[in-house]
Design a protein around this ligand. Sequence first.
Ligand SMILES: [Zn+2]
Length: 73
Amino acid sequence: MAFPIKVCAVCSEEFELKPDKPGFANRCPSCSVPEATEPANKSRLDADERNTTKGVNEARRQAIRDLLYRKDS
Ligand SMILES: [Zn+2]
């Protein structure tokens, strides 16, 4: 399976943008490796990201629920 070819915003190298690639979509895998000097900062960002995703999913579930109930009545 082919992935879109992107140019890294940091080192200008071309790379395949794989769906499960960690880090920024405009950075190659080697430039996406987290800085070893900021481990605490990184994990805090991950936690915020998880909370945001959870909130979005919850809102989506609520919207679908409302839609179903409206259809029933
Ligand atoms: Zn790069």
